[in-house]
Design a binder for this molecule. Structure first.
Ligand code: ADP
Ligand code: LRH
Length: 473
């Protein structure tokens, strides 16, 4: 049969990539056309995304795709969650996206909690309380950049924003909106009452579109600038974690997913949200998935800690790669150091090496010496969180988890996969690495009618990529 070509843009917090997908004879092949570091910028005390640079890189990706001179049917964009840009009435960007690690939301949960009791807020949104959720960022904007907030006519979350830059159309995609804690999780609509109570204008939001909606053609200007043509923009599961889960070939219905990138997202796919008091107390999230599914999961501050250890080590001690870190960890004399990666001190420290060492010392573990012992403290900390989360998930869902399907850049780290199996006592099936890209592609193929369901898409993914099994022993 004729090959079907699609483009997937996947923007993670550490890098952005543009991937060409070829679907033919029941198999998908991926080819990376463009990859770039995603480097946020301090301007004064505000920590911003380098938005227009990312858009520039996106167009570079489109130029590379155009140069291939093949008929590309469509493209989809997924990005990390919760962040957004604000537009004025004329459609100009007036609120450059601020990084979710910016500290303007430090006390926002507490403050919003005085207006709406947090249990009530959880009861409709079902989202894990994290101070950077869209609702808390908007609340902080009202206090800290009131002029911009007042002038804002529309909010576009990051994938919506790139879609708008490319097509001129304003929309909010459902999965990305859901992670911002502004939706009614059960009815899958904007929680207008909640927004009004918090003082956020519901009119800021655009029409909500479901994953798998064909948005339309790229603007003439983009076609002229990049040389790409005939490509339809499709809103996919535009939250990267929604796409990662969509691209996970689950072993069975009782398998958990673990999306391993800057964050570790560990959970299960459910048909309906769990909004109980218990779920609130355990602070689990019910994010919207594709095909009406719920991603019931825990956000764990993941390989962010390792990324920063590597960066700081390169800056202060000398060049190291991730494989070098793995080798050093395996050779470390002491293997028992451990941190709690969710401790706020690891959110955005100036020096991650010092922070890990400081944590171990402050918790009476002594001083980790060298790269290997510092790295082991991170591995043990992360995989211990996985173990705890698996236990909690079993309790909260009433299911016994059969295995863990791992996807994301982090599965290139064999040691992490092995330790995950060992700590959790569960079989780990790792692969594919580009889970988000595949979920993105699957939703495009579905929107265009080449496949009929997510289930069919996942079977194609399973048939197309190798997976590696790690047993607990
Ligand atoms: P994001 O999408 O959040 O930007 P990725 O899914 O690309 O993140 O995962 C990035 C992480 O994957 C890195 O922080 C690192 O820990 C891990 N990683 C990437 N490449 C390798 C490698 N060659 N070996 C081991 N780990 C790797
Ligand atoms: C992962 C992710 C995750 C979190 C965070 C902000 O890239 O999207 O689901 O919400 O970024």
């Amino acid at each position: 049969s004729e090959p079907i070509y699609n483009l997937a843009f996947d923007f993670g917090a550490s890098s952005g990539r543009m991937i060409l997908s070829k679907f033919q004879d029941g198999k998908i092949e991926l080819e990376e056309l463009h990859r770039f570091y995603n480097e946020p910028v301090w301007v004064g005390k505000v920590f911003y995304w380098d938005t227009f640079r990312m858009y520039h890189e996106l167009k570079t990706g489109l130029k590379k795709a155009a140069a291939r001179k093949i008929p590309i049917k469509s493209m989809g964009i997924d990005t990390w969650g919760v962040d957004y840009c604000l537009l004025d009435k004329e459609g100009n960007v007036i609120g450059n996206p601020i990084h979710y690690r910016d500290d303007r939301t430090e006390h926002a949960i507490e403050e919003v909690g005085k207006i709406v009791p947090l249990e009530e807020l959880y009861g409709t949104t079902g989202i894990q309380f994290m101070n950077f959720n869209t609702i808390f960022q908007l609340y902080a904007d009202m206090q800290m950049r009131p002029d911009i907030y007042e002038k804002a006519d529309k909010i576009l979350l990051m994938p919506d924003m790139f879609g708008y830059f490319l097509t001129g159309k304003k929309y909010n995609e459902y999965t990305e909106l859901s992670t911002g804690q502004v939706l009614d999780a059960k009815n899958r609509i904007l929680d207008v009452d909640l927004l009004k109570k918090v003082g956020i204008r519901p009119e800021l939001f655009c029409e909500m579109v479901a994953p798998g909606t064909i948005i339309g053609d790229l603007s003439e200007q983009v076609v002229d600038e990049t040389g790409i043509s005939g490509v339809k923009m499709i809103a996919v599961g535009s939250h990267d974690t929604a796409s990662a889960v969509a691209g996970t070939p689950f072993e069975d219905r009782d398998a958990a997913f673990l999306s391993c990138g800057t964050w570790s997202l560990l959970g299960m796919e459910l048909d309906e949200p769990i909004l109980t008091k218990e779920s609130y107390e355990y602070n689990y999230t019910n994010e919207g998935g594709v095909e009406g599914k719920i991603r019931y999961l825990k956000n764990i501050n993941g390989l962010w800690v390792m990324q920063n250890l590597r960066r700081n080590w390169c800056e202060f001690e000398g060049e190291v790669s991730f494989p070098d870190i793995i080798a050093a960890a395996k050779a470390a004399k002491r293997q028992d150091f451990h941190i709690n990666p969710n401790d706020p001190r690891f959110n955005a420290p100036y020096n991650m090496m010092k922070e890990v060492i400081g944590y171990c010392e402050d918790h009476g573990q002594g001083t980790p010496e060298g790269l290997g012992e510092i790295a082991m403290a991170i591995y043990n900390g992360l995989t211990y969180e996985y173990k705890k989360t698996i236990e909690d998930l079993e309790l909260l869902t009433g299911k016994t988890i059969s295995c863990i399907n791992m996807v994301g850049g982090g599965i290139q780290d064999q040691l992490l996969c092995e330790l995950t199996a060992k700590q959790t006592g569960k079989k780990v099936v790792a692969g594919p690495t580009e889970g988000s890209v595949l979920g993105n592609v699957v939703m495009q193929l579905k929107a265009l009618g080449y496949i009929s369901s997510l289930e069919e898409g996942r079977a194609i993914v399973k048939n197309s990529f190798e997976q590696k099994v790690h047993m607990p022993q």
